[in-house]
Design a protein around this ligand. Structure first.
Ligand SMILES: Nc1nc2c(c(=O)[nH]1)N[C@H]1C(S)=C(S)[C@@H](COP(=O)(O)OP(=O)(O)OC[C@H]3O[C@@H](n4cnc5c(N)ncnc54)[C@H](O)[C@@H]3O)O[C@H]1N2
Ligand code: MOO
Length: 397
């Protein structure tokens, strides 16, 4: 166990070695949802560009107000219209979104105004700035509104449109290659023969990569031989920015991935003190970053979520951030400790406590589907009823 790298050190090492692998280009804002911004966006205008009314009502100067005074309505300003300076001692009829005329410093909503013979009476003394949305309330010119590395959301598209921006600079999608390995695997749709199982990691990895906004360029499968593994890895290295594989990274004679990596490139780390997912391998193949995920399906899922997701994020130009975690109390005890960081598949009960799924085998995937997230138990830590541990909902990955 002493030769295993700690979870934190492995994360740090992968982060340190990773860099952006994609070029950037300009794209129309309307086509940019989910793309990664390559340059900070700095506002060139104020939003809103002018003081404007938050209500339908009347604009006036508070210094002109007197109890019972009847104000002449000297102009009518709808949204989009050009204003005239407010004539002293009068008020202006104004509508939501319309510019505040020079000289006015408050707006009274029409429900609080009496109209007598076309004149307006304001019963209560208005307050300075009431119902006025000042110029730049939302955004000030010169302000950085989105940082390079952020993924464009629908909110960003609204925000950038409010600045009048039509084109932005984004990174090209990251091209990811996926290799699955194993003599026993056949694709869904074929007839199972004795000793065979269906390949679940290939489709799962493909879906995880696609969901993260990257492009799955090629999915290959290799039998458990050095030759097939090497040929497939060479093919993927040539056409992809990053390569992921599943299986073949443990210590058996049928595990060839690590041997091929040593031949084709440099292995940075192998075997991490985590459960599940121990035999994870990280390498560089002629400049192409590579992560070999262990073949047990839950090990593949866990190592994708914690390591591959981060590597792909950095390579695609995004920030290297782990998902948000929450401290939750647990509803069970486990005195036995292990010398690895553990990622239990758990759900939150109606009592608000976290409960581990009864099936934690790294070969079992249904348990993950029936759970809500990971409980991170640090190495050598017992689990005590009522104590809190970090919970990472699957929705954050
Ligand atoms: N003597 C030792 N044996 C093993 C060790 C060890 O330290 N010493 N580590 C175990 C651990 S932990 C893991 S995790 C596995 C990882 O092994 P590999 O990455 O080499 O994976 P395989 O042996 O190829 O497969 C493991 C398991 O997963 C199934 N599998 C593989 N690929 C897929 C796929 N695409 N879809 C569905 N299922 C897949 C495969 O059939 C095996 O059952 O090694 C332990 N052994
Ligand atoms: O550490 Mo391996 O991933 O479980 O079964």
């Amino acid at each position: 166990m002493s030769t295993l790298l700690s979870f934190d050190d492995a994360l740090e090492e992968i982060k340190q070695k990773a860099s952006v692998r994609v070029a950037d280009h300009s794209i129309g804002l309307s086509n940019s949802i989910g793309r990664v911004l390559s340059q900070d966006i700095v506002a060139e205008i104020f939003v809103p560009p002018h003081d404007n009314s938050a209500m339908d009502g009347y604009a006036l100067t508070i210094e002109d107000w007197q109890a019972g005074k009847q104000f002449t309505v000297s102009q009518r300003i709808a949204a989009g219209q050009v204003t005239q300076p407010l004539t002293s001692g009068t008020c202006a009829r104004i509508f939501t979104g319309a510019s505040i005329p020079a000289g006015a410093n408050t707006v009274v909503m029409q429900e609080n105004v009496q109209l007598i013979n076309g004149k307006a009476i304001f019963d209560e003394q208005p307050k300075q700035g009431n119902n006025i949305r000042p110029k730049g309330q939302d955004i000030k010119a010169g302000q950085t509104v989105i940082k390079a590395g952020d993924k464009i959301t629908s909110m960003h598209i609204g925000l950038l449109s409010s600045l009048g921006i039509t084109d932005i600079s984004v990174y090209a999608p990251l091209r990811v290659g996926i290799l699955t390995t194993g003599d026993e695997l056949i694709p869904a749709g074929e007839q199972l023969q004795a000793g065979q199982i269906f390949n679940s990691n290939g489709p799962m990895l493909s879906a995880l990569v696609t969901q993260a906004g990257h492009e799955v360029t090629r999915c290959l499968h290799a039998k458990d031989t050095l030759e097939e593994t090497e040929t497939a890895l060479r093919t993927l290295m040539l056409s992809c920015d990053v390569v992921l594989s599943s299986g073949g990274v443990s210590v058996g004679e049928e595990d060839h991935v690590k041997g091929v990596l040593e031949k084709l490139g440099t292995v940075h780390l192998w075997k991490i003190a985590i459960k599940p997912g121990k035999p994870l391998v990280h390498a560089t193949l002629e400049g192409v970053p590579f992560l070999g995920l262990p073949g047990n399906p839950s090990s593949t899922l866990v190592t994708y979520h914690w390591f591959a997701r981060l590597l792909l994020s950095i390579c695609s130009g995004q920030k290297a951030e782990l998902p948000q975690s929450y401290l939750v109390d647990v509803g069970f005890n486990r005195s036995k400790t292990i010398q690895r960081d553990e990622f239990l598949r758990v759900s939150i009960g109606e009592d608000g406590l976290a409960y581990a799924h009864p099936q934690q085998s790294s070969g079992a995937l249904l348990a993950a589907c029936e759970s809500q997230g990971y409980l991170h138990i640090k190495a050598n830590t017992p689990i005590e009823y009522g104590c809190s541990y970090s919970f990472y909902p699957f929705s954050g990955f």
